[in-house]
Design a protein around this ligand. Sequence first.
Ligand SMILES: [Zn+2]
Length: 93
Amino acid sequence: MKNFCLHDWTDFDRTGKRHCRKSGCNFVSHKDAIVTETPIDYLAPDWVNYEKVHCWRNHINDRIKGMWNTFTADQKAAIAISARELANAEEWS
Ligand SMILES: [Zn+2]
């Protein structure tokens, strides 16, 4: 079974799992999976303005920003999720 997909997922069901909404994709999250949502702005990110905290765009370096329009939507989503995981791990005190 796949342990990840890039589609939209349902909310948690009664057993604490999430399911992929896309027909044909049978992804179901593990009960304790930490789910990182795809940032909504991944297709055309604003590289000028940033959120104060936990901003995924802060974790994209300039070289990748310069190449952004050459990536497919799936590649953009994968990179954005990876950056968001880093952003979510930021510790603010
Ligand atoms: Zn899926």
